[in-house]
Design a protein around this ligand. Structure first.
Ligand code: ADP
Length: 183
């Protein structure tokens, strides 16, 4: 059973790697960012509530993402494992997730920290050109990452769940290293 949480700054390549690995392992790739973007595109109630945060690089309120993660992990396809990408993004969400996984008997999760330096992630994000990839919004997302998300590295290291992979190498090399550390 593989249950993985991907951590890393925006532009670290965690979305791409999470997707690739999920396909190889035949388990769902659960990206909160993607779910939110899809909801925004469809203008569902969730999308309408989330859009002002996503478009300015702020975190959407915990309750919104926590509800969507709880819902997604309760689906039949998530009972044989999953890769979570973009959640948790702050300590309060990590505490929520820990409780949820205990409650649903989905423990044993491990955390992959995909590490890459700031200049590399900024260059990648500017090249990608998603709607929230403008310079100012990128800067804000990195700030939010440092303040809110980076503390999760210590949080999971303290709980002996942390694995680290160097994101500053070719896509293929990252995938290879990733498969090695989770084996
Ligand atoms: P990236 O990691 O490249 O910044 P994501 O696709 O993971 O992109 O997330 C895009 C946006 O979606 C975030 O900037 C934030 O507004 C929102 N979001 C995604 N996951 C969460 C979360 N767990 N908590 C709060 N907001 C989130």
């Amino acid at each position: 059973m593989t249950r993985l949480i991907f951590l890393g700054p925006p532009g670290s390549g965690k979305g791409t790697q999470a997707q690739t690995l999920a396909e190889k392992l035949d388990i769902p790739h659960v990206s909160t960012g993607e779910i939110l973007r899809q909801a925004m595109k469809e203008q569902t109630p969730l999308g309408i509530k989330a859009q002002k945060y996503v478009n300015s690089g702020e975190l959407v309120p915990d309750q919104l993402v926590q509800d969507l993660v709880e819902e997604r992990l309760s689906q039949p396809d998530a009972q044989s494992g999953w890769i979570l990408d973009g959640f948790p993004r702050k300590v309060t969400q990590a505490v929520f997730l820990e409780g949820l996984l205990v409650k649903t008997g989905q423990g044993g999760e491990r955390v992959v920290n995909l590490d890459a330096p700031d200049d590399v992630v900024i260059a990648r994000l500017l090249a990608r050109g998603r709607k929230d990839d403008h310079e100012e919004v990128i800067r804000r997302r990195l700030e939010v990452y440092r303040q809110e998300t980076a503390p999760l590295i210590d949080y999971y290291r303290d709980r002996q769940k942390l694995l680290t992979v160097n994101g500053n190498q070719s896509l293929e090399a990252v995938t290879t290293e990733l498969q090695k550390v989770i084996a």
